[in-house]
Design a protein around this ligand. Structure first.
Ligand SMILES: Cc1ncc(COP(=O)(O)OP(=O)(O)O)c(N)n1
Ligand SMILES: Cc1ncsc1CCOP(=O)(O)O
Ligand SMILES: [Mg+2]
Length: 208
């Protein structure tokens, strides 16, 4: 992973938005407000729409100097020249993605509530490890739950640690104190009355 990408801040993840113009407008506000990474995640789009939205988001991210990570599908990430891919337990082998992606591409791994999985992800070449859900998630209510202790316990792996799941500006502080480098958020940003203000409130968690 290029040393140019920020190691700390808000990692915004897109909501399931089918209207591409609206998606771009919503994401534009969030990047303008200071989100440092973006993940394209849309569980409600077919391959054609996902390709279209991913390409458009990449152009937008380039304008803001923000890396675009594609969820679930490293082949799509590679096809459009995105900055990386995020893989969970159902999304294929990390080692295969690592071998196929260009040098410098960001490869993220879901580690849920499992330190052993994080160790294996690190060995397979992941660039960051993601834990969660730390709180009940409006987006993924059945997500496995994780304890903040995992953030401390995984520090020795030496990789950026991402926290996800039900994170709000009000509950983010203890996760950052426990070692979260990046806060990955969908609803807390995109369902907020004022998404730009919400982004700034998340960023404040890193300065307290
Ligand atoms: C940063 C980040 N962390 C975790 C996930 C979850 O990935 P996964 O378990 O594959 O679940 P889906 O997102 O595919 O529903 C993520 N996407 N991003
Ligand atoms: C993809 C994912 N994996 C665990 S929780 C979650 C959803 C996060 O969304 P929200 O920030 O709305 O809880
Ligand atoms: Mg997935």
């Amino acid at each position: 992973m290029s040393p140019a990408w920020p190691r700390q801040g808000l990692y915004a993840i897109t909501p399931d938005e089918r209207d591409t113009a609206r998606l771009l407008a919503r994401v534009g506000t969030v990047l303008q407000a200071g989100a440092v990474w973006l993940q394209y995640r849309n569980k409600d789009a077919d391959d054609g729409l996902r390709g279209e939205q991913a390409r458009e988001l990449l152009t937008l991210c380039r304008r803001h100097g923000v890396p675009l990570i594609v969820n679930d599908d490293w082949r799509l990430a590679a096809a459009i020249g995105a900055d990386g891919a995020h893989l969970g337990e159902d999304d294929g082998e990390l080692a295969s993605a690592r071998a196929a992606l260009p040098a410098g591409a960001i490869l993220g791994a879901s580690c849920y509530d499992d330190l052993a999985l994080a160790r294996r992800a690190a060995a397979a070449g992941a660039d960051y490890i993601a834990f969660g859900a730390f709180f009940p998630s409006p987006t993924k209510p059945n997500a496995r739950r994780a304890s903040p202790a995992l953030l401390r316990d995984s520090a020795a792996l030496g990789l950026p640690r991402v926290a996800i799941g039900g994170i709000t500006p009000d509950n983010a502080g203890p996760l950052v104190e426990a070692g979260a480098d990046l806060l990955a958020v969908i609803s807390g940003v995109f369902d907020a009355d004022d998404p730009g203000a919400a982004v700034r409130r998340y960023l404040a968690a890193f300065t307290h």
